[in-house]
Design a protein around this ligand. Structure first.
Ligand SMILES: Cc1cc2nc3c(=O)[nH]c(=O)nc-3n(C[C@H](O)[C@H](O)[C@H](O)COP(=O)(O)OP(=O)(O)OC[C@H]3O[C@@H](n4cnc5c(N)ncnc54)[C@H](O)[C@@H]3O)c2cc1C
Length: 412
């Protein structure tokens, strides 16, 4: 039996390893990859350290991290949970660690250890890894799958697994080709949008805030629909980025922000009510009657932000006693509800693609297509995506594992 797997990313590598390790030589596995190496994107996750999975152990909690596809993922996740991934990787010779924020990395902090692990399995189990092989077309002829490569070569398979990923960070090879392959084989592709990205603002003065970070703020998008998230974020030259921003971008992935009409509000003190912040400022003023107000305000937020807020509130170089109630209200409003206009998503820098092969076309128990027998899907090509923190790799490992196990069952 000849099995073709297109795409040697997380899902494809896990599926190939699963079939190769479990089929006792009954399968001829071809892992086809356009790059000159396997797992290019996997290696760059987590800043090159490979954020293998999450340290969360409650499946229900884990599934909450997927704005799209959580329900479909239940079985795959139960079958190959973050803990199973942790044990599987460790049992293949790469010890892992869970960091304080629950992200999991190789103890070596080297993402290459993960791809090396797969390379060793493929060599030992004689998986045919076809590097620099770019698939241009797939189709069905006489109940077999044919794949036509860019160089004109044709390879025919009994089973085909599409693990071509999404179209984010396309220079890593994930250029969305699989969406066309899936469409050609009769599947629906849902709306595709960037997710896990930074936001840019129309306000040019934001560049003066670049580098200022907060460990816990409330970010809220108010447009036709509203989204909000509490967590850390960082100002950039054009807008904001960081974990809370990524989570927000994921929740609002299919929204369009390019008309400058959507506002993002930042609450720098989410744990305090408006009145409490107002009172804190008021107290600061009465306790420092001789100081310039800016010097008191700087104790509330970092200097550059304090200066910008004072400028916007037109309190300039006022002394504390000169600050009116109206001024205080303006400043409290900035601290609790600072408004920025979103000019767009930071282009080409998103981590994942939201949308993909319609999950109604795929059997969640096996990852087999409901339209085309013996065709399987796994990884980001599916309409599944999660927050940052190892959840996207986890879903690729879990769906790749399930597809691999079910292909193995069929060929035994
Ligand atoms: C910068 C960055 C950081 C990230 N950080 C994290 C993180 O910290 N944690 C996390 O969980 N996720 C992270 N992700 C997301 C994660 O890397 C992906 O969700 C995951 O790799 C998807 O796995 P996949 O196997 O579906 O696809 P991919 O890993 O994208 O693999 C698809 C493979 O298919 C190949 N391919 C595509 N088309 C063809 C073709 N026509 N012929 C042959 N080969 C083809 C590609 O070259 C590629 O190697 C990050 C992504 C990026 C871009």
């Amino acid at each position: 039996m000849k099995i073709g797997i297109i795409g040697a990313g997380a899902a494809g590598m896990m599926a190939a390893a699963t079939i190769a390790e479990n089929s006792q030589g009954g399968a001829d596995v071809f892992l086809i990859e356009k790059n000159a190496e396997i797992g290019k994107k996997v290696e760059i996750t987590g800043g090159g350290r490979c954020n293998v999975t999450t340290g969360l152990r409650d499946d229900k909690e884990v599934l909450k991290k997927y704005p799209r596809g959580a329900n479909f993922l239940k079985l795959a996740m139960h079958n190959f949970s973050p803990e199973d991934v942790f044990k599987w990787v460790a049992s293949h010779g790469v010890p892992l660690k869970i960091e304080d924020d629950m992200r999991v990395f190789p103890k070596s902090n080297d993402g290459k250890d993960i791809t090396k692990l797969f390379g060793e399995i493929f060599e030992k189990k004689k998986v045919n890894v076809l590097l620099k092989h770019n698939v241009a077309e797939v189709g069905i002829r006489n109940e077999k799958f044919y794949t036509k490569l860019l160089d004109g070569q044709n390879i025919v398979f009994d089973f085909l697994l599409l693990t071509t990923g999404g179209n984010a960070y396309s220079h890593t090879g994930s250029t969305g080709d699989g969406y066309n392959f899936a469409k050609a084989l009769g599947h629906r592709i849902t709306q595709l949008s960037p997710s896990l990205h930074a936001f840019s603002f129309t306000e040019k003065y934001v560049k003066d805030l670049a580098g200022i970070s907060f460990t816990n703020a409330n970010l809220k998008i108010k447009g036709e629909k509203s989204y909000e998230f509490n967590g850390p974020f960082l100002f950039t030259h054009k807008g904001i980025t960081g974990p809370a921003v990524f989570a927000l971008s994921s929740m609002a992935a299919h929204e369009k922000f390019d008309n400058g009409e959507t506002s993002l509000f930042i609450d720098f003190f989410p744990e305090k009510k408006y009145e409490e912040v107002f009172e804190d400022l008021n107290r600061g003023i009465s306790e420092n009657p001789k100081k310039e107000f800016i010097n008191v305000f700087r104790t509330f937020v970092p200097k550059a932000l304090a200066e910008m807020m004072c400028e916007l509130a037109e309190v300039g170089k006022k002394k504390c006693p000169e600050i009116s109630k109206k001024d205080l209200n303006k400043l409290t409003e900035f601290l609790k509800n600072m408004k920025f206009n979103i000019s767009g998503k930071t282009p080409s820098e998103e981590f994942v693609t939201a949308g993909g092969v319609d999950l109604r076309n795929v059997d969640a128990k096996t990852m087999e297509s409901k339209i085309c027998p013996n065709l399987y899907f796994a990884g980001e090509i599916l309409d599944i995506d999660g927050f940052t923190g190892g959840f996207n790799l986890q879903s690729a490992w879990a769906t790749g594992r399930l597809a691999g196990e079910n292909i193995t069952k069929k060929i035994k």
